[in-house]
Design a protein around this ligand. Structure first.
Ligand SMILES: Nc1ncnc2c1ncn2[C@@H]1O[C@H](COP(=O)(O)OP(=O)(O)O)[C@@H](O)[C@H]1O
Ligand SMILES: [Mg+2]
Length: 344
C-alpha cells in the first residue's frame, strides 16, 4: 500500500500496564490503519484484554498513549476528549453480561441511544444488525433463555449497533460453534467491504488468519510480530529441499559434503540454511532453506552442472504459520528487524 492511502485511525504508543510489580502489557506500539482487519493473537494471559481495555479506557495505561483519529486529526486520548473519541468506536471487551429479564431490542436500543445513534432510525437498525447474526426471531425474547453463543452474538452486534467506523472486539468468537464462527467471520469481511476498521483479538490462530490483513502477535505483554500473513509465512525458514540420488552413494559423508559445498553458497547464510543432512530412513538428502524459487532454480542448475544424479527434487512446505506462532510464543524463534525487513 502506498503511504498516501494509509490513514492511521488508532495509534498505540508505548502502552504499558502494570498491576503492582507485574507488567501485563509492556511498551506496546502499533498503528491501525483505516479499512483493515488486524488480528491481535496471543495465548491466554498474553495481555490482549488489558491492551483493549486501555484503548477503551476501562483501564488507564501506566505509561504510553492512545491516539485516535477524529475530524481528520490523530488526537491523544485524555479524560477530556474520551467520550468524543470513543463514541466512534464499537467495543466488545471480555464476555458481555446482560440482564436475563431484558430482550435484544431493549439492550440494543439502550446501546444505540447511549452512543447517540439517531433515535428515529434505531428500530430499523436493530432489526438490521440482528439479521446479520440470525437472531431476528429473538428480538423480543428474554435473554435468560439464550445459549452462550446467542449471547455472544448479541454482544458482537451491541458493539456495532450505533454504526461505528472502528470496531474493537476482544475474542468475539468465544463460545460460538463452528457454524456461527463462520457466520461471524463473513460478517467481519462484509464490514471490511463497507470500509470499517476492525481490531480483534483471539487466542486461536485460525480465527484471525482467515480474515486479518495483518496479525499482531502478543506474548507476555510484548508485541513480538506484526505483519501480513504472507510476510510472516515467508520469514520462516519453512522449506525443506529433498534431494534423492540415482543410487545411494558409497561414501555418504563425502557426497553430503559435496552437495553442501554446491548448495550452501546459493541459499544465503541465515540460521544454518543450506546445511545438508542425510536421512538414512528415507535415503534422501535434505536442505533447509527459505523456499525462494530463484534459489531453488539455482540449486537444481548447479547440481546438474556438477553431474549429480538427481532423480527427485522437491520442496514440500512443511512448516506453517501455526508452527511460526508456536515457536514465537515459546521463545524458540525471535524476529529481528532483519527477518522482518519485508514487512510493512
Ligand atoms: N486487574 C488485574 N490485576 C492483576 N493482574 C491482572 C489484572 N488483569 C489482568 N491481569 C494479568 O495480566 C495478564 C494479562 O491478562 P489479559 O490482558 O487478560 O490477557 P489475555 O486477554 O491475553 O488473556 C495476565 O497474567 C492476567 O492475570
Ligand atoms: Mg482476554
Amino acid at each position: 500500500m502506498p503511504d498516501k492511502e494509509v490513514e492511521i485511525v488508532i495509534s498505540l504508543r508505548n502502552l504499558t500496564k502494570k498491576f503492582g510489580n507485574f507488567t501485563a502489557v509492556s511498551n506496546f506500539s502499533l498503528d491501525v490503519t483505516r479499512g483493515e482487519i488486524i488480528g491481535l493473537l496471543g495465548p491466554n494471559g498474553a495481555g490482549k484484554t488489558t491492551n483493549m481495555k486501555m484503548i477503551s479506557r476501562l483501564l488507564f495505561p501506566t505509561e504510553g498513549e492512545v491516539w485516535i483519529r477524529e475530524n481528520g486529526d490523530l488526537q491523544r486520548l485524555t479524560a477530556q476528549n474520551k467520550d468524543v473519541l470513543l463514541d466512534q468506536i464499537g467495543f466488545l471487551i471480555e464476555n458481555p453480561t446482560f440482564y436475563d429479564q431484558m430482550t435484544p431490542k431493549q439492550i440494543l436500543s439502550y446501546f444505540a441511544k447511549l452512543k447517540g445513534y439517531p433515535k428515529k432510525k434505531i428500530p430499523e437498525r436493530i432489526e438490521e444488525v440482528l439479521s446479520w447474526v440470525k437472531l431476528s426471531e429473538w428480538i423480543d425474547k428474554k435473554i435468560g433463555t439464550f445459549s452462550k453463543g446467542m449471547k455472544q452474538k448479541l454482544g458482537i452486534v451491541s458493539a456495532m449497533v450505533h454504526d461505528p467506523d472502528i470496531l474493537i472486539l476482544d475474542e468475539p468468537q468465544t463460545g460460538l460453534d463452528p457454524k456461527a464462527r463462520r457466520e461471524i467471520r463473513s460478517l467481519f469481511m462484509d464490514l471490511k467491504q463497507q470500509g470499517k476498521t476492525i481490531f480483534l483479538s483471539s487466542h486461536l490462530l485460525y480465527e484471525v488468519s482467515e480474515i486479518s490483513d495483518r496479525i499482531a502477535i502478543i506474548n507476555n505483554g510484548q508485541l513480538i510480530a506484526f505483519d501480513t500473513i504472507h510476510n510472516l509465512e515467508s520469514i520462516t525458514q519453512d522449506s525443506i529441499l529433498k534431494i534423492q540420488l540415482l543410487s545411494i552413494p558409497k561414501d555418504i559423508e563425502k557426497t553430503r559434503a559435496q552437495l553442501e559445498s554446491i548448495i550452501k553458497p546459493l541459499t544465503g547464510n541465515k540460521n544454518g540454511s543450506g546445511t545438508v543432512l542425510y536421512k538414512p530412513n528415507s535415503k534422501i538428502f535434505e536442505v533447509h532453506f527459505d523456499g525462494n524459487l530463484e534459489k531453488q532454480h539455482n540449486i537444481l542448475r548447479e547440481l546438474t552442472k556438477n553431474e549429480i544424479d538427481v532423480v527427485n527434487f522437491s520442496v514440500p512446505r512443511t512448516n506453517s504459520l501455526e508452527d511460526l506462532y508456536i515457536s514465537l510464543v515459546s521463545g524458540v524463534t525471535k524476529l529481528t528487524p532483519e527477518t522482518q525487513e519485508g514487512g510493512i
